[in-house]
Design a protein around this ligand. Sequence first.
Ligand SMILES: Cc1ncc(C[n+]2csc(CCOP(=O)(O)OP(=O)(O)O)c2C)c(N)n1
Length: 328
Amino acid sequence: MPTSRSALRSQSDPDAERSDELLALLRTMVRIREFEERVAKHFRAGNIHGFVHVSIGQESVAAAAGAALEAGDLITTTHRGHGHCLAKGAQPRPMMAELFGRSTGLCSGRGGSMHLADASIGILGANGIVGAGIPLAVGAALAIQVRQGNEVCVAFFGEGALHSGAFHEAVCLAVAWNLPVLFLCESNGWAEFTRSDAWLGPRPAERAGSYGLRSASVSGADVLALFDLVSDALGLVREGAGPSFLEVETVRQHGHYEGDAQPYRPKDESDAWANLDPIAVAKRRLQDRVPEVSEIEREAGEEMDAAVAAALSDPYPAASEVLDHVYG
Ligand SMILES: Cc1ncc(C[n+]2csc(CCOP(=O)(O)OP(=O)(O)O)c2C)c(N)n1
């Protein structure tokens, strides 16, 4: 389960006093990485079909947001959404089964990696269409406002989505109607095989800010600092102060999709990763708690091994039921 916001906001000062909070955030990040490392491995082995996009290197965004959100809050996510779903409370076993196409999956094996959804815990859906989750989040935020709810909605997306019309239309409406939505942009430097600086205009936070909403650009390397920023941003959104935009600078360590040989990527790019990997950064700061860190890693590894073992032995949907749970 995600760590609750109140549990994480007990202290506010020096690192040493906040190491419990950092450990909780590390646990979420490690669970995501252990999950996705197994996904990548089983994709290579041919056990997972279709396309798979992992968020290895970007886990701080999911962990910080998951901890800052309340259980009743809502999210929409993207083709790279495993981490967001885990951090929002989805269980690894049905998620893994979904990726393996099994009938025990989160969506009965019909959706796969890019269509994970579970409205009962506020996951309104991953999405294979770049930018498409953003207006869905704004629609969900409008519903919250109409029924005078206290929830908020977070739209996760990559900076490539800023080039889609859907982003601009959605942000305009959110500002015009003062909706409770946080636009959370994971700026990993790449949109598929195109460097994000191929766009010569202003950076995402500046572009978004031009629509008149609160907007900031922050590093994703320090998960605790990011948690504070996301919590503060969500606090204002929840109080009715209208939408916010947060651009988090992060690193996509793998290819765009699993199996992407990345011939387009500079060979020396990975040199900088050690200082930007949020898990490595958190572990360095937790050097006086090495046994607990090791325990977190062991537990997460076992949890994800069990999810894979279950998925491998679970049944595929029966041929006679293949059209159940799908529109058409
Ligand atoms: C509307 C649309 N255009 C193009 C694509 C093909 N496509 C899939 S992912 C992607 C890049 C997305 O980049 P970004 O939004 O930065 O997310 P990231 O992959 O970096 O997480 C593209 C162009 C698509 N799925 N949908």
